[in-house]
Design a protein around this ligand. Structure first.
Ligand code: GDG
Length: 730
C-alpha cells in the first residue's frame, strides 16, 4: 500500500529553536510513535516558539525540515502577541475553561488568529495529496479544518481538542463563537477527552447554527458530515516504565529520600495557570495546617509545588504568580520552624527523571484544577506508584476524574473537603493504598498515549457509515439517458416534490412561494412536448392551487390524498373510504405537547396532524419530539396511521395515503418510456420504493435515501432539469 502523508498541525513544533535546534518532545510526539511508519509519512507543521529573525529563517526552515520532519510557521513579535497571547490565551483559553470574566477580546487579535490559522492551512495544502490525513490539534487552530476542507475536500481532516468544551451558556460569550464552531465543522472527525465536552459541543452547534445532530454525527448545511468521538488522552507509559527501571532514577530517588525521607510529602505539579486551582489549594492547605495542634506533627508534612512558568506576558498570569508567592510566604511565615517550612514552591520545571522521583517519593499527589481538559499529571502520578504506592487526591473537575475511579475525588472549591481528603489520604494503610492503585495503574499503563493516537487515526480512516454514504452519484449517466430520451422524443413522466426539491425550504412555510428560479423552470417545462409533469406536496390543495394552479400540470396535495389531473380544475379525493377515527384521540395528545412545549404548535390537515417544534428551545423541543414519537407509537400502534419524525415536525397521517400510492394511481393505465421522480424527505421515500424498469429516482439533499441518484440542493436540481430537458433539447 502506498504511504500517505500524516500532517500534524499544532501550535508548537516539538522542537526549541535558539542558537541551535533541540528536540522538546511532549506527549504528542510519544503518542505518534505508536503509528506505523510504513503506513504514514509523518510531517509536523507548527510554530518554533520563538521569533526567528528574517536572515535566519531560511536556514532554520531547512534544518527543521531535513533533520526533524518539521515545517515551521514563523510568527513575528506582533503576530505572536495578537494570535498567541491575545486571542488564544486571553480570549479562548478562559472561555473554554468556564472563566468568561477573564476573557479579553480585541478585534485585531481575532484578525491575527484568522490569518495565522490561514497560514497553517496553506502549509498543509502545499504538502497534502488527495487521500492524505491532516490532524489538527487544539484551540489555537480551530479555523483550520474548514479552511483546509474548502480547498481540498478529499483530505481526511481530524481535530482534537485538548481543553474542555464548555456549555453553550459559556461559549456564547465569545464574540467569534459562530466562526469558531463553523471552522471546526470542516473536520471529518472531532475528538474530545470526555463525553461531557462532546455533548456541550453538539448543543452549541445546535443553538448557534441550528444544526441538529446525532450523538456522534453532525451534518452541516452543505451536507458535509463531521463525526464526533471521545478519546481520553493517555501518558507516555513506556517512558515512565523505562525511567522507573533506570539507575539514574533510583539514584535521584535515594537522594530525595535522604533530604525529605523523614517527612510525609504532598506533591502538586502544574503549569502556573489560574485553571489549576492553586490559590484554592493554598486555602485548603492553610486550613489543614491550622487544624493540626502539634507543631511536630505539622513539621512532619511537606508540601511541594512544582509550578512551571506559563504565559508570563499575560497580566492575569503575572497577578496569579504574585498572589501565589504572597500567600505561600504568609503560610511559611506563620508555620516555619528552624528546621523546615511547610510549602516548598519551585517556580520552574524539573528534569523528567526528577519528576518521576518526586512522583514516586510523595505520599500524596494533590491535583486540584478548577477545570481541566484531562490532566496528565494525575495519570503520571499513578504511573509512578508502582512499588510503594501513595494516594491520588484529584479534582472532580479534571477530565481524568472519569477514568481514575479510585482516587479520592474532591471539589477544589470546598477547602474543608480538601483538608479532610488530605487527612484521609495520609491515614490510609499501605494495603488500602495498594488496593486503590492497582486497577488505576493498570488502566493508565494500558490506555497510553500511543493507543490514543492509533485509535483516533483508525477512526479517522474508517469509511463513512452506509447510512450516510451518498447514493449512486453517477448523475452524469442519468443526464445522458434523459437527453437521449428527449432527443428521441420519448414520452417522459416527471413526478416532482415541491418543498425542498424544486424550491428551497424557508423557515416560514408560507414564504416558500415559487421564486424566479422555480417559475423559470416550470414555464419552460410546460412548453416541452412529450413531457408529463406532476407536482407533489404535503401542502393543502388550496395552497397548491394558489401557487401552482396556473400551470397545466397534474397536482398531488396532502401527501397523496388529493389529486388534480392535468387539464382539469377539479380535485378528486384519493382517500375515499379511509378511516380518520384516530384523529380525535391523537389530537388530544398533540395538544398536551403543544401546551407543555413553548413555541410548538399543532396543525390540523385533512389527512394528517402535525406537531411543529421549529420555534421551540432546540434541545427541549427535540427531546419532547422524541418523547411524543415514542408515546404515539405505543398508543396508536394498532391504528391505520403512520407516524413520521420529519424536519422539526412529528406528523401522523393515514397509512393508506402516501405520495408513492398517488404516483402509482396516476401511472395506472398510461405508458411512459421513462419516469423520473424526485424528492427530498422521508415522505418521498414511498415514491422511491416503486420498482419498474423505466423508473428512476433522485434524492435532493444528503440524508439517507433509497433513491438511485442524488443532487445536493434544489438549485442544483433545477439546473439539472434545465440542462437535460430544456437547454440542449430540440
Ligand atoms: C493541556 C490540557 C490535557 C509539568 N511540570 C513539569 C513537567 N510537566 C508536564 C507534566 C505533564 C504536562 O507537563 C502537563 O500536562 P497536563 O495535562 O497536566 O496540563 P496542560 O499543560 O494544561 O495540558 C490538559 C493536556 O493538554 C493533554 O491533552 O490533559 O487538560 O490543559 O505531562 O508531566 N514535565 C517536566 N518537568 C516539569 O517540571 N519534565
Amino acid at each position: 500500500m502506498p504511504k500517505r502523508n500524516l500532517l500534524i498541525l499544532s501550535n508548537r513544533l516539538p522542537v526549541t529553536v535558539s542558537e541551535t535546534i533541540t528536540k522538546s518532545p511532549g506527549g504528542l510526539v510519544a503518542a505518534l510513535e505508536g503509528l506505523s511508519s510504513e503506513q504514514f509519512d509523518l510531517k509536523w507543521i507548527g510554530w518554533p516558539g520563538s521569533v526567528i529573525p528574517d536572515e535566519r529563517k531560511e536556514e532554520v526552515e531547512r534544518l527543521l525540515v531535513e533533520e526533524h520532519g518539521c515545517i515551521p510557521v514563523f510568527l513575528s513579535e506582533e503576530e505572536a502577541a495578537g494570535y498567541y497571547l491575545g486571542f488564544c490565551n486571553s480570549s479562548l483559553w478562559p472561555i473554554l475553561h468556564y472563566m468568561p470574566s477573564y476573557m479579553r477580546y480585541d478585534p485585531a487579535w481575532w484578525e491575527q488568529y484568522r490569518q495565522i490559522n490561514q497560514r497553517f492551512a496553506e502549509k498543509a495544502l502545499e504538502l497534502a495529496e488527495p487521500g492524505d490525513l491532516v490532524w489538527v490539534h487544539d484551540y489555537q487552530l480551530m479555523l483550520v479544518p474548514q479552511m483546509v476542507h474548502d480547498e481540498m475536500p478529499e483530505l481526511k481532516i481530524g481535530f482534537f481538542l485538548h481543553t474542555p468544551f464548555p456549555s453553550y451558556e459559556t461559549f456564547r460569550c465569545q464574540p467569534k463563537r459562530n466562526e469558531l464552531v463553523t471552522g471546526l465543522l470542516g473536520a471529518d472527525l472531532i475528538g474530545f477527552h470526555t463525553f461531557g465536552y462532546m455533548r456541550h459541543f453538539r448543543s452549541t452547534v445546535l443553538r448557534l447554527l441550528g444544526i441538529e445532530s446525532e450523538i456522534t454525527l453532525i451534518r452541516n448545511e452543505k451536507g458535509h458530515v463531521t463525526r464526533l468521538g471521545v478519546f481520553p488522552i493517555g501518558i507516555n507509559a513506556k517512558k515512565f516504565e523505562e525511567t522507573l527501571n533506570s539507575r539514574e532514577f533510583k539514584q535521584r530517588l535515594a537522594e530525595m529520600r535522604a533530604t525529605d525521607g523523614d517527612k510525609r510529602v504532598v506533591l502538586s505539579v502544574e503549569r502556573l495557570d489560574y485553571t489549576k486551582g492553586i490559590l484554592h489549594r493554598i486555602e485548603a492547605i492553610e486550613r489543614f495546617l491550622a487544624e493540626i495542634d502539634d507543631p511536630e506533627e505539622r513539621e512532619a508534612i511537606k508540601f511541594i509545588f512544582v509550578s512551571v512558568p506559563s504565559r508570563e506576558g499575560i497580566e492575569q498570569y503575572q497577578e496569579l504568580r504574585a498572589e501565589v508567592e504572597a500567600r505561600i510566604g504568609r503560610i511559611n511565615g506563620t508555620y516555619a520552624t528552624l528546621r523546615s517550612s511547610p510549602i516548598r514552591f519551585i517556580h520552574g520545571s524539573v528534569e523528567f527523571v526528577d519528576l518521576c522521583a518526586l512522583y514516586t517519593l510523595s505520599d500524596v499527589g494533590l491535583v486540584t484544577p478548577l477545570i481541566d481538559g484531562m490532566n496528565l499529571v494525575a495519570k503520571e502520578y499513578i504511573a509512578c506508584q508502582r512499588d510503594n504506592p501513595g494516594v491520588l487526591i484529584l479534582s472532580e473537575f479534571a477530565g481524568a476524574a472519569g477514568e481514575l475511579f479510585n482516587a479520592i475525588l474532591i471539589n477544589p472549591y470546598d477547602a474543608e473537603g480538601v483538608a479532610n481528603a488530605l487527612r484521609e489520604a495520609l491515614a490510609l494503610s499501605p494495603e488500602e493504598k495498594a488496593i486503590r492503585n492497582r486497577p488505576m495503574r493498570a488502566r493508565v499503563m494500558k490506555y497510553d498515549a500511543q493507543k490514543w493516537a492509533r485509535w483516533f487515526i483508525e477512526q479517522l480512516l474508517r469509511g463513512r457509515d452506509e447510512a450516510t454514504a451518498p447514493a449512486r452519484s453517477q448523475i452524469d449517466e442519468l443526464a445522458d439517458e434523459l437527453r437521449s430520451a428527449v432527443r428521441a422524443q420519448k414520452h417522459i413522466g416527471l413526478f416532482l416534490d415541491y418543498d425542498g426539491t424544486l424550491r428551497e425550504i424557508e423557515r416560514d412555510p408560507q414564504a416558500a412561494k415559487p421564486n424566479a428560479g422555480v417559475r423559470h423552470l416550470l414555464e419552460a417545462l410546460r412548453h416541452r412536448p412529450n413531457l408529463e409533469v406532476t407536482l407533489i406536496s404535503g401542502r393543502t390543495s388550496d395552497d397548491l392551487e394558489a401557487w401552482l394552479g396556473e400551470y397545466p400540470f397534474s397536482l398531488i396535495a396532502e401527501h397523496g390524498a388529493a389529486l388534480r389531473r392535468s387539464g382539469t380544475r377539479a380535485w378528486e379525493r384519493l382517500d375515499v373510504g379511509v378511516s380518520y377515527a384516530w384523529k380525535e384521540p391523537m389530537l388530544q395528545i398533540l395538544r398536551l405537547y403543544e401546551d407543555s412545549t413553548p413555541g410548538s404548535l399543532v396543525e390540523e390537515k385533512k389527512t394528517s396532524l402535525v406537531w411543529h417544534y421549529r420555534n421551540t428551545d432546540p434541545e427541549f423541543g427535540a427531546w419532547k419530539a422524541h418523547q411524543l414519537a415514542v408515546e404515539l407509537g405505543a398508543v396508536m400502534g394498532n391504528e391505520p396511521v403512520e407516524i413520521r419524525h420529519g424536519r422539526k415536525i412529528i406528523e401522523a397521517s393515514a397509512a393508506a395515503i402516501s405520495k408513492g400510492a398517488a404516483v402509482r394511481r396516476l401511472l395506472e393505465g398510461r405508458y411512459c418510456d421513462l419516469v423520473l421522480c424526485a424528492g427530498d424527505d422521508q415522505t418521498d421515500e414511498s415514491m422511491f420504493e416503486i420498482a419498474a424498469p423505466n423508473f428512476v429516482s433522485i434524492k435532493v439533499g444528503r440524508s439517507p435515501s433509497r433513491a438511485m441518484y442524488r443532487l445536493p440542493n434544489p438549485a442544483e436540481f433545477r439546473k439539472f432539469l434545465e440542462s437535460v430537458l430544456i437547454a440542449k433539447a430540440g
